[in-house]
Design a protein around this ligand. Structure first.
Ligand code: NI
Length: 136
């Protein structure tokens, strides 16, 4: 029997979507307002879901206090109130789309978890636009 446990988190960050191998015009066509050169912010909402068996001793899949702590240390402290393109090593050379941010978050958190547990990351860039990555 496996069960999914989710912790919601949040961070604010600025970004610009840009492909340096394209000219400004093509970047504007593809990325629209998200390619404006002076950056803009999003209020990112993050759902971190851990999937596994219930530990019979604790009744938990994962201690949510621990999950909260690893999200704070590895995600919020790293990205909150940052310019993703300029202030983070992760997005120096990686376009900070919601897709890429979700994959980066997955890779930052996965090593902190029990290797038998599954991990699914859902990242909301807006209320209506969100992506999910589960490591596959
Ligand atoms: Ni944007």
């Amino acid at each position: 029997m496996t069960i999914a446990v989710t912790r919601k988190a949040h961070f604010n960050a600025a970004h610009r979507l840009y492909n340096p191998t394209w000219d400004e015009q093509k970047n504007k066509e593809v990325f629209g307002l998200c390619s404006l050169p002076n950056y803009h912010g999003h209020n990112y909402e993050l759902d971190v879901t851990v999937i596994g068996d219930i530990n019979p001793e604790t009744g938990f899949v994962i201690d949510l206090k621990y999950l909260k702590t690893i999200i704070k240390k590895n995600i919020e402290d790293r990205f909150d109130h940052k310019n993703l393109n300029q202030d983070t090593v992760e997005f120096k050379n990686l376009n900070p789309t919601a897709e890429n941010i979700a994959v980066v978050i997955w890779h930052l958190l996965k090593p902190k978890l029990n290797p038998n547990h599954g991990l699914s990351i859902t990242l909301y860039e807006t209320e209506r636009n969100f992506v999910t990555y589960n490591g596959n």
